[in-house]
Design a protein around this ligand. Sequence first.
Ligand code: MG
Length: 311
Amino acid sequence: MVRDPLPAALPGLPSHVEIYEVGPRDGLQNEATVLGVELKVEFIRRLIASGLVTVELTSFVPASWVPQLSDAEELVALLGPLSGRHPVLVPNERGLDRALAAGVKEVAVFASATESFAQRNLNRSVSESLRLFEPVVRRALDAGLAVRGYISMCFGDPWEGAVAPNQVSAVASELAAMGCGELSLGDTIGVATPGQVVELLNTLADEKLEPDRLAVHFHDTYGQALANTLTALQHGVTTVDSSAGGLGGCPYAASATGNLATEDLVWQLHGLGIETGVDLKQLCRTSLWMAGLLGRPSPSRTVNALAASLN
Ligand code: MG
């Protein structure tokens, strides 16, 4: 029985990839079950113990928007000081005030490439939402924080269909000009295929947005997340967003499959001989435990393939 990937390198890939774990935030905010704060703390501690260095913790949004994450202050306080990179999402200046008071070191803002999603998710036009983020980013930078900018619907949009790469690069350029250090390109409904990934990365490079400052955030709705990820790595991207156990269906895609599962990503990276520092079996155990808490199986292929061999 093979329970570890059999390593074989491919040329042209980075030697190290940063896994940006989104399970506790993007994952749990899209799950119907609301977990207590102690379980979230344990989840994050287990993720870090399995070797994940970068873990997005939560979102400082109003509780009425995302009841799943209404305990952001308490969560951060209970976690205490952590080694590694642990950003939180902030939707506006009020969210930033709360994040600053909680003592976080990095925040993320969440923009949209399309008008339809901006209206539905942010209640604003694309440009209005960017104006809203300007003081958030400026004040965060002034306070010495790093700022990540998410861009959702970078490839396809459920209401608008195809999304032109220059639509994405316009938003990306504005976020970069504000001072967002890292930009995460989201395939929010999981429709992208590898050719589109290359097209978008080329368009961004034309705007001086080089892959070393980009992250990719793929969803596995149509089974394309790993193919898209490999393509992005082959084109210079070294930061990949993923969610332990594939947590978090997308409310805008009629599928249980949402975020790329961190375990599936780790299997591929280790197979390619790329270091992650992640103990895959330990991570799978954590995702099986979480699936039990949520009362449904993990959608991760790797978690399920290894489940029987784990105790
Ligand atoms: Mg996601």
